[in-house]
Design a protein around this ligand. Sequence first.
Ligand SMILES: Cc1cc2nc3c(=O)[nH]c(=O)nc-3n(C[C@H](O)[C@H](O)[C@H](O)COP(=O)(O)OP(=O)(O)OC[C@H]3O[C@@H](n4cnc5c(N)ncnc54)[C@H](O)[C@@H]3O)c2cc1C
Length: 445
Amino acid sequence: MLLVWHRADLRTHDHPALFHAARASTQVAPVFVLDPVLLKMPYSGRTRIAFLYANLQALNESYQQLGSSLVVRHGTPEEELLKLARESGANAIYALRSDEPIGRERDARVKELLEKNGIELKLFESDTIQQPGSIKSLSDTSYKVFTPFWKTWSSHSISTLATPKNLEPHQLISLEIPEPNAQVALPEAGETAAKVKLEHFIRNVGLHYESWRNTPAVDGTSQLSKYLHLGVISPRYAALRAQQAGMTGWVRELCWRDFYRHILFDEPRLAVEPFKPAWKNFPWRDSSGDFEAWKLGCTGYPIVDAGMRQLMTTGWMHNRVRMIVASFLTKHLLLDWQLGEAHFMELLIDGDLASNNGGWQWTAGCGVDAAPYFRVFNPVTQGEKFDVNAEYIQKFVPELRDLEPKFAHQPWTMTRPPKAYADPIVPLTFGRERFLETAKLHLKN
Ligand SMILES: Cc1cc2nc3c(=O)[nH]c(=O)nc-3n(C[C@H](O)[C@H](O)[C@H](O)COP(=O)(O)OP(=O)(O)OC[C@H]3O[C@@H](n4cnc5c(N)ncnc54)[C@H](O)[C@@H]3O)c2cc1C
């Protein structure tokens, strides 16, 4: 008997551990361990946990179609896996390698305990398209800049593995999967739903992606991040389908996902500190009032507030708006990017350590290949450029619904601005200059 241990890889298609286990043995049991410590961390995010439960149910259904079922247990992975190995007589557990610091530490703990007990933990390719460590420059170093990374990355081929046709049933007892309890509407769970979403995106957006991807009012991006984060769809499968459809621009976005994962794999310290050492001890302001206003979408800047309210009410935010709200927090409000990073992790369905950390460090100016610190997004011109008719703003900020677009972008320029909407929390020029002076002074030292 072999066990396949699922973590953030909730699918049966293109799954290296499942593929190899099914080739090595006719008896394979898939397992998932719900670790109460992880589930209680604010960082794990209530919505993400609800979507995890929904996807565990869907994974169980995928396995039932193959003649098996998912075994779910509660506890620390090392103890539960040891118990399961003993119950089933398995002498090996197969899983995908984790690239994140917490996952790597967990796997090392699990491996040590299992090996002491004569059980092997065999780790296969992680859930990136190209494996960390495989994309190197001519001088054999890993890239810290995206464009050369992308060039080398795209010269490697992409392949996927077949799903086993059927599995033998097993006798292991499973605990019930908790009911998903989310405050926002969850997308349909499961690998079939994710694949349908991908095909819908290819058919309806396809080659328009490049021109639609920066318009938050339009359904111009895939929204597959919600599935990719939990490994419900294989990134290799998605990239191959997009390549077949000629969607190089979209594959390039998937490459950003790999880029941040490779970086974090090389430098686990980035989970807790800026890439550029000069940014350590940056004199961020301390203002819980401003932070709360930002979180609640009450800054008085319409595109920022629309983004934060989209996050609050849907658990997702458009990429262009993520950059705008992150820039506003770190630059105009001069608040620590790590506050924003943690808040995103709490609310995003797609909250993903590597991409989120990479996105925040990039926007603040302290990360790999980051925007130079002096590039400060102006939330008004960004809104006017990317949400020309203020449709996105008016969808999420009802107080501004009846205004002409030019006023919806700058309600304070009206003779009588809507009373229900907040006044700007900080004057734009003042906020920008304050940030630039602080950064100049700190980075010079
Ligand atoms: C401050 C900030 C925080 C972010 N936090 C996250 C996060 O927690 N989780 C997350 O998945 N993405 C994060 N991103 C990246 C990006 O915003 C989302 O991946 C994207 O909005 C997801 O929507 P989509 O699936 O429709 O993307 P699409 O445009 O359809 O792109 C396809 C896929 O490519 C990947 N991708 C696209 N853009 C990026 C990017 N800039 N960096 C890394 N991968 C990318 C994602 O996996 C995405 O699903 C963040 C970006 C910023 C600026």
